[in-house]
Design a protein around this ligand. Sequence first.
Ligand code: SF4
Length: 516
Amino acid sequence: MRAAIQRRLADEVGTLGIDQPSMFCLAYPSPYTVGMSSLGFQTLYRILWAEGIGCHRAFLPDGWDRHALQWPPPPEPILSYEAMRPLSDYPLIGVSVAYELEIAGLIRMLHGAGIPLLASQRRARDPIIIAGGPLTDTNPASLLPFVDVLISGEAEALLPEAIRRLAAGVDRDDALTRIAGLPHSALGEIEPGRISPLPACASAPHELLPAYSAITTPHTELSDMFLIEPERGCSRRCTFCVMRGPSTGGMRILDAALPLGLIPEHAKRVGLVGAAVTDHPELEPMVAKIVESGRGVGVSSLRADRLTPELLDALSRGGYRQITVASDGISERLRSLLVRKIDAESLLRAAELVRDNGRLRGLKIYQMIGVPTETDADADELVAFIRELSRITRVTLGISTFVAKRNTPLDGQDFVGVSAAEARLAAIARGLRGAATMRPQSPKWAHVEWLLARHGAEGGHAALAATLAGGSYRAWVRAFAELGPPSRPWVYGDEAAQARRRGKAAGPRDRLTVIA
Ligand code: SF4
């Protein structure tokens, strides 16, 4: 473990605070390669050093993110990178959780560090666990059993204040009392069965935007890429998406000069990250400037209907070989039901632009099966359409199974069923044989995600039972079968209430705020 950490540290550029003390460790419940690709994780690390608080990092050991893993996990120390100190030595630990299935990683990490798994089991000398991350936007209740303090929403401004308050406590109980009154926060389940009302989601103040990385490293999928967020949120209203405008408080667009001015000299590649980066009005000149400076470039979310020959030219000069877009609905009818606002014509044009570019080798399209009301006719339309696209350029299909997420208009919809989803995938694969490459995601784990998404704190306890039973799909299904009907906190599935949680009025129109 020590040797692996030292190797990774030697390859990092921008590491802060090596050998400087800190009482706070930011822990990621997935391995290093995933955690260091998280812009939110990197941004908090950078802000906490800038605030003079300091922040060490720890990660789930490699391989512990497998869905099924023996319990207890193989013995391996969990050490911080900056100080090689055991995670359990830190009085304050932050965890950033991206989505439901990372809860298993959180449980394994706490166990590996020797920290009591449940907040209600922790005693005076145990660390205080503060949770945040994207999951707190949608399903924070499932984290409550494991955390002492929850910060809901965008934590850039709140985490430093939470740490200062907790650090001022004379003991654990006093520290937790000091969190009372901190906006957008709540205590976890520190007494069995005591579930705090869920706090409103925070929006980061404009002056703390954009988020950008502190560290570049070759040991991530986005190897050596400096990440920066030229916009936050999305103004669109796709009915299945947790990032839709009313949930995120609308789209906050930064003047292009701001992110461009923050790119460090050493960055060899730059990733423009955000839910709707292609809706940024200055995307094309931004990408062109990055490429002209001799750097590689990446864009996190390309919309088929926003592609232009000039943008694809710049992207391909910046290292792109395959363009990835999402269609989600597998037919025009389902795209319309999902309010996806991408039509067949845009996708055909995207394929033609890829073909005409010369340097690009293909188009990857994300699709989603199992959407409510889907029929065989929708799947037949997909097969015929992808065959048509594949006559234009090479096509790869990424296919997931629809999971009804909280705080979306489709919240509460049933899961299609694992067998039905597998049969649908098999039929599509037969129909596309020889025409396109398919990269399907497992319907079983989509089912587990759906089970977690429809439950609150009791879903967290079921996740614990499933993880202790080895984390197989069967273990998850068995653990959730023990639960009664799902509890539904008042905010969920109600857009106006969700907007109020962010302190915004729910307007009928998309919100666009331009920050100069
Ligand atoms: S799917 Fe994309 S375009 Fe639609 S609301 Fe979500 S982030 Fe926005």
